[in-house]
Design a protein around this ligand. Structure first.
Ligand code: ATP
Length: 273
């Protein structure tokens, strides 16, 4: 079933206002928004847009969110699939899915095709150990390259992809006419974290003692997804405590929980500890 793999999100309502911080990244993708709004205006002057924009940064920093916001700002459909979905596919299926994805997207252009975790499918070719699986992955990657070469940007399809491992990508993906633009989506600094806290507490009644600046200073190294998690945990804690508003102590306890959760996750990834 196709819809399990990539779906055109109805929820194209995400806008740049939902993406906190990341001002440079937003500025860089603004061009794509303008293009999607009016592709003809761009091509008239002979300008060439990047066909593919690669969003590079650690997990949970808002890469998917930013790509959705580009679609949302432009009012364009958003087709998404995760690179890791392809890897589990049977022989021949991955390449067929790629073909199908592009076919659907072209019909809905102007639109965005977003590939999350592109490294799962886009790792350098010829370096795998499990031949069977790797051959299939390579077929899928080859098909992706063929499709990217097969359409001109003036058809109005823009590819976006996300990775936290740009170093492992096959260089063919990064050539001109493919993912020829890279945008950094880094972890937020103190001010970025304040902005993210603001976005994620927008709909939460806050107690008088809540100081988002203090919370931000207590969460160095946290990604946007962690902060979203804290805001949610704090609201849950406060309601369990029968409060009408979320207070500083709820946030503080939520931070501890999220830190504990992160430590546990790191232990699983790094069993040596
Ligand atoms: P991954 O690489 O793990 O897929 P990602 O970079 O694509 O992560 P998202 O999936 O976009 O991260 O982020 C997860 C959630 O974290 C978002 O839906 C949002 O709620 C929150 N978030 C992350 N970054 C930001 C940000 N800059 N501003 C506001 N919310 C953010």
């Amino acid at each position: 079933n196709k819809a399990e793999l990539y779906e055109e999100d109805d929820d194209t309502k995400v806008t740049f206002a939902d993406v906190a911080g990341l001002n440079e990244a937003k500025e860089e993708v603004m061009e794509v928004v303008d293009f999607l709004k009016d592709p003809k205006r761009f091509t008239k002057l002979g300008g060439k847009l990047p066909k593919g924009v690669l969003l590079v940064g650690p997990p949970g920093t808002g890469k998917t969110l930013l790509a959705k916001a580009v679609a949302g700002e432009a009012g364009a459909p958003f087709f998404s699939i995760s690179g890791s979905d392809f890897v589990e596919m049977f022989v021949g299926v991955g390449a067929a899915r790629v073909r199908d994805l592009f076919k659907q997207a072209k019909e809905k252009a102007p639109c965005i095709i977003f590939i999350d975790e592109i490294d799962a499918v886009g790792r350098s070719r010829g370096k795998g150990m499990m031949m069977g699986i790797n051959d299939e992955r390579e077929n899928t990657l080859n098909q992706l390259l063929v499709e990217m070469d097969g359409f001109a940007t003036d058809k109005g399809v823009i590819m976006m992809a996300a990775t936290n491992r740009p170093d492992v990508l096959d260089s063919a993906l990064l050539r001109p006419g493919r993912f020829d633009r890279q945008v950094m989506v880094d972890k937020p600094d103190l001010n970025g974290r304040i902005e993210i806290f603001k976005v994620h507490t927008k709909n939460i009644p806050l107690g008088k003692d809540v100081d988002l600046k203090v919370l931000s200073s207590q969460t160095p190294g946290f990604a946007g997804a962690d902060i979203a998690n804290i805001a949610n945990e704090a609201a849950l804690l406060a309601s369990r405590r029968g409060k009408e508003a979320v207070e500083m102590i709820d946030f503080q306890d939520a931070i501890e929980r999220v830190i504990a959760g992160l430590e546990k996750k790191n232990k699983v990834i790094n069993p040596k500890e």
